[in-house]
Write a protein that binds this ligand. Structure first.
Ligand SMILES: Cc1ncc(COP(=O)(O)O)c(C=O)c1O
Length: 408
């Protein structure tokens, strides 16, 4: 059935709602999890902050040097990650870049052997997940083994089965807090068990913790210990790296990124970084260290973000609740940037295409799975933060209608 025939077979009520929304000629982009302009305004002081030429230790911020970042920024980062300052570095504006540099370092050198010399190396990726993680692993020829998320972390029964029957699992990428897009906040128990399984599996595999949403609660969130502490307690520091950034704290792609890892891995990643970058942007690091003098400052700042972000999530959730159970299910996150909608099997592409016809762009179906292939054609990622509340209202009306049409 082509699109025109399809719309003509809709019942009258859906048809009139469709016509009404079509007449609005909407052009709304809900594809990426970007901060809204009002969130960016919270950090406007960064645009005019007076940055000195030297830091307190006499480091000339205008010149090369300090490849691990300036001391004040490293101190803040180590306090945020609960990691030792000597194993914590501050890098450029992108945590994704550090994740790529880590994967590349493993590919070219590895902990014991380069992944490029391992036969069919594999990484564990919980799903639904982040398209850029899949893309970087695919680029490096690393096979992705998916494991489902449960709401509180990885499905450990599946992980156990996978590890039992799979050779050459060389790593994992995990988003432990407000996972993109499911919103999973991993329980301590889940993380401890996951680390234990990895440790028993191999001394060569590396666990990359992408903490992109470390600080991004907008609602009461389950208690979670610092990932670094859990890693240390599991005696897995040499096989783990914890990475985060201020991309959604200050400016999108204009913050600073930071990471902590056990000595061997820390040196390996920094060596890789040294092949690419002589030194990070210390002026921006200082700008951030002056803007946030303490962890408390960061926390207060994030509470202001929460006030702006929460009403948007509440609006989306309220409208999604009008859908019957037969039309799918959705997550109710307590932080982060996404709502994950699971449509009935085989309906995601159709829903996204109806939204497009009505002027609302969503992340393409399949993007939350490796190779853009969602085996159930079900998962849709909704990113409510970037647009205004008025646009969001229209966008979610379109989405709800599209779901109803697709399920009718
Ligand atoms: C899980 C995850 N990691 C990393 C990033 C990118 O972060 P950065 O801007 O620090 O590279 C995002 C943003 O979309 C994300 O969702």
């Amino acid at each position: 059935m082509n699109a025109i025939d399809f719309y003509h077979t809709m019942d009258e009520h859906l048809q009139s709602k469709f016509e009404l929304l079509k007449s609005k000629s909407l052009n709304i982009d809900l594809t990426r999890g970007k901060p809204g302009a009002d969130q960016l305004d919270l950090s406007n002081e960064l645009l005019s902050i007076n940055v000195p030429s030297h830091d307190d230790n006499g480091v000339d911020l205008r010149n090369y040097g300090e490849p691990l970042g300036i001391r004040s920024a490293r101190k803040l980062a180590s306090e945020l990650l609960s990691s030792p300052i000597e194993l914590t570095a501050v890098a450029e504006q992108s945590s994704l870049l550090v994740t790529y540099q880590t994967c590349l370092a493993l590919h070219l050198k590895g902990l014991e052997k380069p992944l490029k010399d391992v036969s069919n190396p594999k990484f564990i990726c919980p799903v639904p997940g982040f398209d850029r993680h899949f893309r970087m692993l695919e680029e490096l020829g690393i096979e992705i083994i998916t494991v489902p998320l449960t709401g509180k972390g990885i499905d450990l029964n599946v992980l156990r089965e996978v590890l039992d029957k799979t050779d050459n699992v060389m790593g994992a990428i995990i988003v432990p807090r407000h996972s993109n897009p499911s919103g999973d906040v991993y329980s301590d128990e889940n993380l401890i068990n996951t680390l234990e399984m990895f440790k028993n599996y191999s001394t060569k595999m590396v666990c990359i913790f992408d903490h992109a949403y470390l600080l991004h609660d907008f609602d009461k969130t389950t208690y979670q210990s610092a990932t670094w502490k859990l890693v240390e307690e599991a005696e897995m520091a040499n096989q783990a790296i914890v990475i985060s950034s201020f991309s959604k704290v200050t400016f999108g792609a204009g913050g600073i990124s930071f990471f902590a890892a056990g000595k061997e891995l820390f040196d390996l990643v920094n060596h890789q970084r040294g092949s690419m970058i002589v030194a990070p942007d210390k002026v921006n690091q200082m700008r951030h260290a002056l803007f946030f003098k303490s962890v408390e400052d960061v926390k207060k700042h994030m509470q202001e973000h929460a006030k702006l972000v929460k009403p948007k999530f509440d609006l989306v959730i309220d409208k999604l609740k009008s859908l019957g159970d037969e039309c799918g299910s959705f997550t109710i996150p307590t932080g982060g940037y996404f709502i994950s909608f699971n449509a009935p099997k085989g309906k995601a592409k159709k829903i996204i295409s109806i939204c497009k016809d009505l002027g609302v762009s969503l992340t393409p179906a399949g993007s939350t799975y490796p190779g853009m292939h969602d085996p159930d054609d079900s998962n849709i990622r909704l990113a409510p933060t970037f647009i205004s509340i008025e646009q969001l209202e229209d966008a979610v009306d379109v989405f709800v209608l599209a779901v109803k049409i697709a399920c009718s």
